[in-house]
Design a protein around this ligand. Sequence first.
Ligand SMILES: [Zn+2]
Length: 436
Amino acid sequence: MHFPAYAHQPNCRFNSDKNASHFCRLTWALDSKNTIGDSQRMTLEIYTDDSSHSAICREYWQIGGDGAFSKTISEIAKTYKMTTTEVNKIVKANCAFFSPHIFCEACEEPYQFEGRTDFTSKALREKWTCQDCKTHIATTALEAKHNCVTRHAQAALSKPIDPYTMSVRQLVSLAALSRFGADESLTYIHAFDSIRDNELTPSTEYSIAIIKELYSSKLLIVSPNSDLGRITLNENGGYSFYMSEVEFLLPHPNPAGFITAIEEDLLTPGFFEEHKAELEFLAQEIALQECLAFLERVLMEHQLQYSPGEKTFLVLNKGLESYSVAQMCNFIWRAAKDAAAFYIRNRVSRDHAAKTVVGSIERQIERASANGWSVTAYRRNYDHPQSVLSRTLYNTVLKTDDGGFSKRISDLFQMPTRPPAVDDSMSSPDAPDNLH
Ligand SMILES: [Zn+2]
C-alpha cells in the first residue's frame, strides 16, 4: 500500500477549504487486509505545514501490503535523527489517524487512534461512543431525571398534607426525622446516608423502615436537588431510588410552618392523654428496637452474628412487659457472654452459639421474675446515645429524660405495675453497668 500522490502537494495544504483545521487530509484504500482485517479507506489528517513533521506523521501511519506498519518507530527516529519519544510527540501533536470501521454510535464520527498500540488493539472493535456524545448523553439523562423528579414533586406539593390529618405515629416520626436531618431553614431533609453525627432510631434498619413508611404515606417527597446519580428512571415514567440516598421535601409548600405545626401539636396539653394507646404502641416498638440493637452489638463484640426473627421479638417483648430496656440489656449481655463461652468451650459453630442467646434471655427473664429478683439496670453507652426518635417520644411528648431506656413502659403509661422494682442490685457481680 502506498499513500496517494501527496508529493504533488509539497505541504499538502488544502486550498479549497481555508477554514479546515487540517493542512492535509490523506485517504487511501488498503490494497490488502490490514492488521484489523479490514480493507476500507484509511484517513490521515495532518495539521502542520512543517514538511519534516508532516513526513514523520505519514511514515508513522504508513502500512505495508502485509498489513503491518512499513517502518518501526525506531527506524523513523533514526531517519530524522531524534528519539522515539520525540517521534511519538510529533505524531501526537500534528496529525490524526481515523479508523475506517469504528464510528461513534451516536454521531458517527470516526474513531481517532491514539497511536499504534491503540490501532492494533482488538478491544477497539467493540462499540464506541465519542466523549462529546457521552457527555451529551449523560447531561440529557440527568436533565430527564431532574424533570421527572421535579414533575412528581410538584404534583405532590399541589396536594399539601394537613398535619391534623396525620396519625400520632406519623407526627412523632416526622418530627424526629426533621430534627434529625432537616437543613437550617427546614426546607428539606438531608439524605440519611449523609448524616453521621446522630442516630434517628436505635438501628439503621429501623431508621430506613421509618423513612420508607413516611414516604409510602406521602409525607415525604423526593427532592429534585437529590444526587441524581442515585436515581434511576423507570420505563413507566417513574423512578426508583434507595430511601437512604435521596433528599426529601416535606409535603407542604411551607415546610417550616408545617413542621412547626407538628412540633406544637406534640406539645399540646392533653396530647399524651388523648393519644395514650398509640403512643404506648410506639414506645413498645422503640423499646424492642433498643433491645435488638443492643443484642446485635454485644454479639458482634463476641464475633457472633444472629438474625433475629419472630421468636426473638416474642421473648424480648414479653420481657419488656416487666422490665425496662436498661434491665433487658442485663439479660442480653449475660446471654451473649454465655453464648461466647459456649462457643469456645464446646467448639460449636458461631451460628449455633449465637442461636442459644434467645433461649438464654428467656430463661433469665423467667428466673428473675419467678424469684422476684431485682435486676440491675445498665446505663446507656456513650457510643450509642439516645436516638432522635426516642428523644422526640420520651423527652418531648412523655416528658421523661430517656425514660424509654430506664423505665418500664407500664410505668411510663401508668399501667398496673408489676414487681420487681428497678435499679436494685441483682446477682450480677461480674456484669458491668456500662456496656462497651
Ligand atoms: Zn459522537
